[in-house]
Design a protein around this ligand. Structure first.
Ligand code: FUB
Length: 320
């Protein structure tokens, strides 16, 4: 059994998005803090104000904190709450995609640009046109870049139908198909969507979309995509049932067929991750709230080696 390790002792960091840039692992987490905001189902207590970037020369190395890379005070359209971000590299530039509530308290996705993987990242003046909800995940495939996003409850995905904000819009009923995460190809300049966001379908073993009432399998938030042995692995959190799951497909758009659990519940309400290959080993980056004594808004990031069975299925890791 592989063992996990905490990556940072001096601060609270969550939702780690890990990538290999310049032969190192770079980690882009959310920066948790004690804001004093009362805990609620909208996630108002996740009141983050900046991002730090971290790097590691090897999987065993100490983690270097490169300091603040982007701050809410520098984002012209900012309201509040910088949640889970991700970074893509193209032609020597680094693009950070981040969710943030605008001045009407609606989550939009922004992009900020740097010449270095550790930043600082300079935000664009406006959010990405047509973007909404949370948890952007940038994925490159054959020179094309895609952004996955979405999250229900506090992530506001349930406010939208066919990419339009149509409140009051509720979650589907128990027997109806669950709300889908979204995908949009990015334009060459990496700053805008090249198409209308499309649904990412997660299917059961019979080829039917997972239902809203299937709470141990349906999508909640935290999209991540990686490729293993020619297959596309879409992984995500089931939110209120606290599992990290995955589904497999043949191309970035899916559909993806549900396969199983990557990580059983951790201490803390949220679970959120990334998966990356580094020097021929695979790693799961995630978080839990053990060091803060279970305060779900004060999370600590961790990593553990991820293993596959011969048929490509991921071996389940125990969160506790
Ligand atoms: O960190 C704030 C939010 O909590 C993230 O955006 C969600 O995925 C959950 O981890």
């Amino acid at each position: 059994m592989k063992t996990s390790r905490y990556l940072v002792q001096h601060d609270y960091m969550a939702d780690p998005s890990a990538h290999v840039f310049e032969d190192k692992i770079y980690i882009y987490p959310s920066h948790d803090r004690e804001s004093g905001v009362t805990e609620n189902d909208n996630g108002d207590h996740f009141d983050m104000q900046d991002y730090h970037v971290f790097s590691m020369d090897s999987a065993e190395a100490d983690v270097i904190d490169h300091g603040v890379a982007l701050s809410v005070k520098d984002i012209p359209w900012a309201g509040r709450q910088l949640w889970d971000a991700d970074v893509a590299h193209k032609n020597g530039r680094y693009y950070m995609y981040f969710p943030l509530k605008d001045q009407n308290d609606i989550f939009r996705l922004g992009v900020a640009v740097s010449d270095r993987p550790e930043g600082p990242f300079i935000p664009q003046p406006h959010p990405i046109k047509g973007s909404y909800s949370i948890d952007p995940c940038a994925f490159e495939d054959n020179g094309e870049y895609y952004l996955y996003f979405g999250g229900i409850w506090g992530g506001q995905l349930q406010f939208y139908r066919e990419n339009k904000l149509t409140p009051p819009c509720h979650l589907p009923h128990f027997h109806e198909p669950a709300l889908c995460p979204k995908i949009a190809k990015l334009q060459d300049n990496m700053l805008e969507f090249a198409e209308e966001p499309r649904d990412v379908l997660v299917l059961d073993e019979e080829g039917n979309p997972l239902k809203q009432g299937d709470t141990e399998r349906r999508f909640f938030e935290a999209s991540w995509v990686h490729k293993y042995q020619g297959k596309y692995y879409f992984s995500y959190s089931t939110g209120d049932t606290h599992l990290l799951c995955y589904a497999v497909g043949d191309n970035p758009y899916g559909p993806f067929t549900y396969q199983g659990v990557i990580l059983t519940p951790v201490v803390g309400w949220t679970t959120h991750h990334s998966i990356v290959e580094f020097k021929e080993k695979w790693f799961l980056f995630y978080h839990d709230a053990v060091p803060s004594g279970g305060k779900t808004w004060l999370r600590s990031m961790k990593m553990i080696e991820l293993e596959y069975d011969e048929d490509g299925s991921i071996k389940t890791i125990k969160g506790q």
